[in-house]
Design a protein around this ligand. Structure first.
Ligand SMILES: Cc1cc2nc3c(=O)[nH]c(=O)nc-3n(C[C@H](O)[C@H](O)[C@H](O)COP(=O)(O)O)c2cc1C
Length: 387
């Protein structure tokens, strides 16, 4: 096994082992990728305050997210098509998460179905839904998630229309990959991925094919996706969906304090401050920049989580210190999965945990729940003066 010391190591192996179209699918943002880049570079602008001679024994990163105990406040974000990064990828990631004691979120656009993941894990996971026009399909999805024992629903609100990623169009992204000269030449160098993929029946969108009317195979799926997303979505519909689920609800994709206030009004349990990892509105501010204004607006009324740009335990600590109760990681776990399957996701979590724990100690804190803004040095103009 190669020596892995940071998330970048996993990213390099992921790139080497996984077909180009799936690596590119993960490692890109929309249009110019400005927001995608700034999600990470803005974290680097925040510095940490070193403290000394503070007892650092008996440290703990244990916390809670939506009332659930977590070994560190880091959930695996919903990521579509992860069963294409590694065969049965969603099952592998869910298992790694449950062993580590952190929540796993299954995407609607996963390859393994809700039932597949539930049958192969023991703890409840979170299920992410997109807002779709087809009410019957939504109801069935909710019923299936309830039956599978999902402990929360994550409703993603920043994807009524899909942002454009140039590489996906140029690569002809599809699941499973179509055989072209270019994809076959690429696959010839990724034989271990191909062998594993031949060994599983899970190669299509498991939550959709066979469940949504009119979708029998993957080739009709892309047109279904374009038609199915509800462009007329409004807050009344969000409220309806919250009532339909009748359980814990997390609203994902909030990037504005006014929208955060609306999320409180409709009765959500938590929000995720997120720009979808820079995959939707290019030119939007990074999540870490807007986090303080959202915490100031609603932090005492609703649990605030954040994602987009987290690549280390130091980033996790910065987000917590800025007022997030927890964070989600997307690409960081996908790199691990693409690099080494379940073991790679575990490795990603171990790396992040170690960095989080050590940084917390060097900042003079023993308990993640005591971490606050005081451990940070933030440039005065960090949030920016925008008119
Ligand atoms: C390859 C990829 C696929 C994604 N698919 C979904 C999805 O199906 N549903 C969803 O709500 N978010 C999806 N996201 C967004 C993630 O949930 C999360 O917001 C984002 O990855 C966080 O940014 P990070 O990757 O920089 O950590 C996806 C992100 C990536 C990178």
């Amino acid at each position: 096994m190669p020596v892995i010391t940071n998330i970048d190591d996993l990213k390099r192996i992921h790139k080497r082992r996984t077909p180009k179209m799936f690596y590119d699918y993960a490692e890109s943002g929309s249009w110019t990728e400005q927001t995608f880049r700034e999600n990470t570079s803005d974290f680097d602008k925040i510095r940490l305050r070193q403290r000394i001679a503070v007892d650092m024994t008996n440290r703990t990163t244990a916390s809670q997210m939506i009332g659930e105990d977590v070994s560190m406040p880091v959930a695996l974000a919903p990521v579509g098509l992860t069963g294409m990064q590694s065969a049965d990828g969603e099952i592998k990631a869910a298992r790694a998460a449950e062993k580590f004691g952190v929540p796993f979120t299954l995407s609607t656009m996963s390859i393994c179905s809700i039932e597949d993941v539930a049958a192969r894990t023991e703890k409840p996971f979170w299920f992410q839904v997109y807002t779709l026009k087809d009410d019957e399909f939504m109801k069935r999805l909710f019923e299936r998630a309830k039956k599978a024992g999902c402990s929360a629903i994550v409703i993603t609100l920043d994807l009524q229309i899909m942002g454009q990623r140039h590489k996906d169009i140029k690569n002809g992204l599809s699941a499973p990959p179509k055989f072209t000269l270019a994809s076959m030449a690429d696959l010839a160098t990724k034989w271990s991925w191909g062998l594993e993929m031949l060994g599983t029946p899970r190669r299509f969108f498991g939550n959709i094919v066979g469940h949504a009317s009119g979708v029998k195979d993957a080739s009709s799926l892309s047109s279904w996706t374009a038609e199915a997303f509800d462009q007329s979505l409004d807050w009344a519909r969000v409220k309806q969906l919250i009532e339909m689920w009748d359980g814990k609800v997390i609203l994902k994709g909030i990037l504005d304090a006014d929208d955060a206030r609306k999320a409180v009004e409709v009765g959500a349990d938590a929000i995720v401050v997120s720009n979808h990892g820079g995959r939707q509105l290019d030119g939007a501010l990074s999540s870490i920049r807007v986090l303080p204004s959202i915490v100031a607006a609603v932090g005492d009324k609703i649990e605030v989580h954040m994602d987009s740009g987290i690549r280390s335990g130091q980033d996790v600590l910065k987000a917590i210190a800025m007022g997030a109760k927890g964070v989600m990681i997307g690409r960081a776990w996908v790199y691990g999965l693409g690099a080494m399957g379940q073991q790679g996701v575990t490795k990603a979590l171990e790396v992040i945990h170690k960095e989080l724990d050590m940084t917390m100690a060097l900042c003079g804190k023993r308990d993640i729940k005591d971490v606050d803004r005081d451990i940070l040095l933030v440039p005065e103009d960090f949030e920016g003066r925008w008119v």
